[in-house]
Design a protein around this ligand. Sequence first.
Ligand code: G3H
Length: 249
Amino acid sequence: MRKSIVAGNWKLNGSLETVSQLASGVASQVSNLNSEVVVCPVYVHLNPVASAVSGKKVALGAQNCSAQLSGAYTGEVSPGMLKELGCEYVILGHSERRSLFSETDSDVSEKMKSVLEQGLVPILCVGETLEEREQGLAELVVKTQLLAAVEGLSSDAVQTIVVAYEPVWAIGTGLTATPEQAQQMHSFIRGVLATVSQSVAEQVRILYGGSVKPDNAQELFAQDDIDGGLIGGASLNVEDFVAICKAAG
Ligand SMILES: O=C[C@H](O)COP(=O)(O)O
């Protein structure tokens, strides 16, 4: 039985004051849930958010990291540094990093290795653009991204990762994939993971992301292969995010 996860990706939002309030507000309302709750602020907000959720049932995640562990890499932050701040999760390969910051499958693959070596859990994002979906390429795109990210990893390592299926056309647009569309892709992803091993396929949590809101979360999370969500806009509001976390269990 896979434990559900709801992760809030706060993206480039908030101030020291507002993220601390957001984190405390969420932490005070999720203590009785069965699902894991993760919040992912920007790097410079990790420390105050870690303090706000300390001892609470909310885990800390980062939105990105370097593949490098140390050295002359100006402006980068290593997985070990994130771990030192209390991070357990790192979002990797988000479509905004791929499209706006030119991250390639190969970059994501290097980051996967470094993050796993440091004992952190990558939340690996995969997903197709609208154009790719309309051309019938959605599964090929997702499969290519997924296999590139896990290439060279042991099956023991792969079974610890979290995958987030985020159709690019659904991110921040209000256009959610239907529960059927999402389930179809999640089942496909599980099938791709089965080529690593059947037990990997059964254990890896696969989250859906893209305009998840309190009013559509329950139906999405009720699908067999949807194990929670990666939430953008709605994670910036305590009541909405808590409602989504409750929908996951
Ligand atoms: O990482 C989160 C996703 O990009 C989803 O964002 P959204 O919930 O605002 O559509």
